[in-house]
Design a protein around this ligand. Structure first.
Ligand code: KG4
Ligand code: ZN
Length: 353
């Protein structure tokens, strides 16, 4: 799938000190985003259009609706990103696009747009793994030091990743059922909270004085895997029982019990991985990285371990194209370009990105 440098005409690659501008496109789920990033680190534009309002009335993302919305938005978002960056299309060095994983219809819109641009502008095309993007969002804020451990927690993913060096990803643990964000959203829905539920559960958990204690899924003693479906069922049980008894739902206490259980397991497994692999940094990535409880507990644990915790600002935690450009820069460096037959891969593996 990768194309060697000599296949591209030399004038497409900036010479000498000319800045490298990578335009990136992200459409893997329900955010349409286009960014232009200079030299892998300076964000010149990062336009994000969220479809949350559209999906809210269905209580979750409807894939068919998501792809249609991406089609409607992609052209004007591309235009807006170019205007915001204040650079001409002729100055771009490469076009990057999220190849997977994600919703196939949504991914396709970005992949087709990326290929069309790369073809029309005669630029190299770079395929990027969505999770590599989430991890490299951190590099937009802080230089990375290896080996490192990344805890990726989003609506679709819960993964512990060990990285020996730039672009080398090894998943050491993953969820066996629901992703952390997915569990947040499902629990929130059961309590009648709007989609996406994560921020609401987080807020309620901060407000609660007491918690309704929930189970923790530690799995086998040496496993770095996660499981949130048992916890989700425990919450649903409490909700259903209080409904059957006609009692008022103790939403804050339930939210706190749920959140404490999620955080305990995430913090414990992430810090065990930091120790075992001698990590120089712990990176937090993905939409659930916005969680205040998780941030503060991880920060405290990292301080005890003497290892810096890197967390991107909120705007770079949730899906955005600047993170895709940051990861694409690694492939730019190695001249790992894709052919124009690049395909959207809903199940793309991080190790094979
Ligand atoms: O990374 P992201 O924007 O999309 C995916 O790639 O999945 O993550 C979205 C997820 C949603 O499940 C949302 O509920 C969750 O991140 N989330 C939170 C918080 N803010 C967003 N979960 C817990 N606490 C939060 N403060
Ligand atoms: Zn994401």
């Amino acid at each position: 799938m990768t194309k060697p440098l000599h296949d591209l005409e030399a004038h497409h690659l900036p010479a000498g000190d000319r800045p490298i501008y990578i335009m990136a496109i992200e459409t893997s789920c329900d955010e349409t985003s286009v960014a232009i990033v200079e030299n892998g680190g300076a964000i010149r534009a990062n336009v994000v259009s969220s479809q949350i309002e559209t999906h809210q009335r269905f209580g979750g993302v409807v894939p068919e609706v998501a792809s249609r919305k991406h089609v409607e938005s992609i052209t004007w978002i591309l235009q807006e990103a170019v205007e915001e960056a204040g650079i001409g299309l002729g100055e771009l060095s490469a076009v990057a696009v999220t190849q997977g994983p994600g919703l196939v219809g949504s991914l396709l819109v970005g992949v087709v747009a990326g290929k069309a641009l790369a073809c029309a502008l005669e630029l190299p095309l770079i395929g990027v793994h969505h999770i590599a993007g989430h991890i490299y969002a951190n590099q937009l804020e802080h230089p990375l030091e290896y080996p490192l451990i990344a805890l990726v927690v989003s609506g679709g993913h819960t993964e512990l990743v060990h990285m020996e060096g730039p672009g080398s990803f090894r998943i050491i643990g993953r969820t066996r059922d629901d992703a952390a964000g997915e569990a947040y959203d499902k629990v929130a829905r059961a309590m009648g909270l709007p989609y996406p539920g994560g921020p609401h559960v987080d807020r309620l958990a901060q407000e609660a004085e007491h918690e309704i204690v929930m189970p923790r899924a530690w799995l086998e003693p040496d496993s770095y895997d996660f499981s949130f479906s048992g916890l989700k069922s425990a919450v649903l049980n409490v909700v259903n029982q209080s409904k059957m008894r006609g009692e008022a739902l103790q939403t804050a206490q339930i939210a706190k019990g749920f959140q404490e259980s999620v955080i305990d397991v995430l913090v414990e497994k992430a810090s065990r991985a930091v120790r075992e692999f001698g990590a120089k940094q712990l990176l937090l990535a993905g939409g659930v990285a916005a969680n205040r409880g998780l941030r503060s507990r991880l920060a405290a644990r990292c301080q005890e371990l003497g290892v810096p915790l890197l967390v991107p600002p909120l705007s770079l935690c949730t899906d955005n194209a600047a993170m895709i450009a940051a990861a694409a820069f690694l492939k730019w460096d190695k001249r790992e370009f894709a052919d124009l037959d690049l395909k959207a891969e809903p199940l793309l593996k991080l190790e094979e990105w």
